[in-house]
Design a protein around this ligand. Structure first.
Ligand code: HEC
Ligand code: HEC
Length: 399
């Protein structure tokens, strides 16, 4: 009996050690998924990336072969940007890697949705702390503002509202500027790297047609390739490692703004935000709900469920967008299966995304207002309204 138990214990220890060796071995190779992910993940990732490449190639062909009016041009440009994996440090991750059309523009990888929830970045061993949101209808969010009558913050993009829209007048355009610079997402150390990659892209002509020939008139330093192949974050003593003259930096920043604006235009277009659900057809008087659907809708609107108090289905002067653009604390506990909670030790590039490990608590909007979100200093902009910092406690845990 005792010997049998010992044998089991020994076998268990050997397996544990073997597993540790396997995972450590994997950590040393860039591009390999970590943390004992389901075996399907690698093949699903390959399939998704192949689909992305196919959609990008088709979009390029269609943009080159048709004559587009100016509005169609900016939308076509936005699509090419959204599906372009060159806009990530390791040239392996487009925006749509985490936002594919077939899953309503949220994460397309079933084995990850069932386990990690969060998605790996261009450095495949890094995961962020949150689930990708769908960006369908995200462009309808107003600029983040404090509504005095509601006593609430309203608008912005991201779970924590931090893409405020206060600078470009468009939350979605500012949102699109964050993932390329997020160390756990597309991972560039400098926004100028994105502009440099765009200057080499096969659709540069379309970018110039939409925004003007000056978009890429920039004197690039000779080491730009090398600097931009190194994943974020930039060294703390050299926060903008692509060294540009002030004029070129200004031009690069403007081109980066224009990239965000084109992406937002595509997200707002019917291809991404089509208003073609059964609900929309019922509103348009084209079809009817089944009796069961009607009962569900009645319940959704009733005082028994309270769903439509937050997921607003319209009212006087209000479109039914199934959100009120505020944030709420739904009382959900942390999900320790999100790999971010284990990213406490420096990776192969010396970066630890979450030094606090399992201690980390995502404070949502409250964390943003106090600039306490991990990585926020790298990829986001500080809360634009200093008065809002005093609201932070009230917004802790709201998403
Ligand atoms: C590695 C996965 C990943 C990549 C790549 C990525 N996203 Fe996201 N996206 C997310 C996650 C996670 C969130 C929520 C993040 C948060 O709240 O901090 C998000 C949120 C968003 C939102 C906010 C939606 C809303 O309703 O507020 C939009 C829009 C969006 N992403 C568009 C993009 C665009 C455009 C790109 C490329 C420039 C991109 N994403 C690249 C994972 C990703
Ligand atoms: C107090 C406001 C509030 C009420 C009431 C509420 N929700 Fe939500 N709901 C939210 C917030 C905030 C989120 C997103 C944030 C999160 O997931 O933490 C959300 C997310 C959802 C989602 C996921 C959407 C997505 O894109 O991932 C669904 C579905 C949903 N709610 C349905 C319902 C239903 C059905 C009811 C009524 C039974 C309901 N909600 C009541 C605030 C509310």
């Amino acid at each position: 009996m005792r010997i049998a138990l010992m044998t089991i214990l020994l076998a268990a220890c050997t397996t544990a050690v073997a597993l540790m060796i396997v995972f450590r071995g994997e950590a040393a190779q860039p591009g390999v998924l970590l943390y004992g992910l389901p075996p399907d993940t690698e093949s699903e990732v390959k399939e998704v990336v192949a689909n992305i490449d196919r959609i990008e190639a088709d979009a390029l062909k269609s943009a080159s072969s048709r004559s587009l009016d100016p509005h169609q041009q900016v939308i076509a440009l936005g699509k090419l940007l959204l599906f372009d994996k060159q806009l990530s440090v390791n040239r392996n991750e487009s925006c749509t890697f985490c936002h594919m059309p077939e899953t309503g523009f949220t994460g397309p990888i079933s084995s990850l949705n069932a386990t990690t929830v969060a998605y790996p970045g261009s450095v495949r061993t890094r995961f962020s702390q949150r689930k990708p949101q769908t960006h369908t209808y995200a462009t309808f969010a107003p600029i983040l503002h404090y509504n005095v009558l509601q006593g609430d913050l309203v608008g912005g993009n991201f779970w924590d509202m931090r893409a405020t829209g206060t600078r470009l007048g468009n939350p979605a355009a500012e949102q699109a500027q964050a993932p390329p610079l997020n160390a756990v997402e597309m991972g560039f150390p400098d926004p100028a790297c994105v502009v440099y990659r765009l200057s080499q892209s096969p659709y540069r002509w379309l970018f110039e047609k939409v925004w003007g020939l000056e978009a890429f008139v920039i004197q690039w330093p000779t080491d730009v390739e090398r600097v931009c192949a190194k994943p974020a974050p930039a060294p703390s003593d050299d926060p903008l490692p692509v060294h540009l003259s002030p004029g070129d930096r200004g031009n690069s920043n403007r081109t980066y703004d224009e990239m965000g604006q084109a992406i937002a235009q595509y997200e707002a277009s019917p291809e991404v935000s089509p208003f073609s659900s059964k609900y929309d057809y019922v509103q348009g008087g084209k079809v009817k709900f089944t009796p069961q659907e009607q009962r569900g809708y009645n319940l959704f609107r009733s005082n028994r469920s309270h769903c439509n108090e937050c997921h607003r289905d319209g009212g006087p002067g209000e479109e039914p967008l199934f959100t009120d653009f505020t944030a709420s604390n739904l009382g959900l506990p942390k999900n320790p299966d999100i790999p971010f909670y284990r990213e406490s030790v420096p990776d192969e590039y010396g970066y630890a995304a979450n030094p606090r490990g399992l201690e980390f608590i995502d404070e949502g909007v409250g964390g943003y207002l106090l600039l306490r979100q991990p990585g926020q200093q790298l990829s986001g902009r500080p809360n634009p309204n200093t008065e809002w910092a005093s609201l932070a406690t009230k917004f802790n845990g709201k998403f």
